[in-house]
Write a new protein. Sequence first.
Length: 390
Amino acid sequence: MNDQEFGFETNAIRNQLERTQYLEHSVPLFLTSSFIFEDAEDMRASFADEKDRNIYSRYSNPNTNEFIGKVCQMEGAESGFAFASGMAAVYSTLAALLNSGDHIVSAGSVFGATHSLFVNYFPKWGIETTYFDINKPETIESCIKPNTKILFAESPTNPAIDIIDLELLGAIAKKHNLILIIDNCFATPYLQHPLKWGAHLVIHSATKLMDGQGRVLGGITVGEAELIQKIYLFSRLTGPSLSPFNAWVLSKSLETLAIRLDRHCENAMKVAEFLEQHPNVNKVKYPFLKSHPQYAIAQKQMKLGGNIVAFEIKGGLEAGRAFLDKIKLCSLSPNLGDTRTIVTHPASTTHSKLSVEERLAVSITDGLVRVSVGLETVNDVIADLEQALS
């Protein structure tokens, strides 16, 4: 049997490097900063001809190579590069592909740090961004300019859990010759494949569900080999690469991604259904709830609904803060994708520096709460949410 005949879980577990002379069952750590050469010609060829071998761990190491290979196989990508964090992946990917004078069209709802890059730093280098309304996809093409180079989006979005039609984005990118980049962090390659719908590159914060246990930082970009080569050359020089140890941890984590996501999604659905019936909740956003405004799109492009639930608590800002103060079992943290359930109130924490108008523009109301549903006994999570809402 070849790899194409194996299932997702089998490839995640059995897709590994060749064993060393010790015939280890589990891939070992390669904690070395550099590698040696057999002779002068081997060394010359490795540098002169970009020989396919490990030279220096800033840009190539057996552990990072294995992690990249696994994610490429999961996403159906030609190539990839691994980074020290999700934001290192976002920044390096965009910086490698953009020049002064280029333009980005982005979904209006993106991770706060990504938004800061777009509005606070890229303009210093002559790169501008136009946001489109995720609830008005028909307006996307009106945002495109002659100098637009990249179309960027997250789906599901952070933190309001809106769903963007990836097939539509793929068609627009093809029509206007744009590079479509999708942040697939919330879905992971187990639940969604943006490349299938026309994306050229896919970015992950591996810190989240890929690790899944709050242990290490990491990021990765995978996609078309020609684009990845540009990202590789930029990152080889600037040094935002993933450490071998973190790559080893993340590669092992991918072996349990499918089974963890199955339980995450099962728990999240039960939490969403509970919240939808609670008298102190105005509305709930979860991709696989039929009440979600983009339910049909989620059904089309996602295997399951993910582990993130967003809901609006009655009473606004103060009610949101009071809710956090009453939480006992769940964790209060800006992170997500952990085995432990985490709750966050964006309006008073992660997005507190935005004006009310800016928050509302990306569906963040004063009472919005984001729950990253973990792997605990789901009735215990629901009981904690219940007592905090009462």
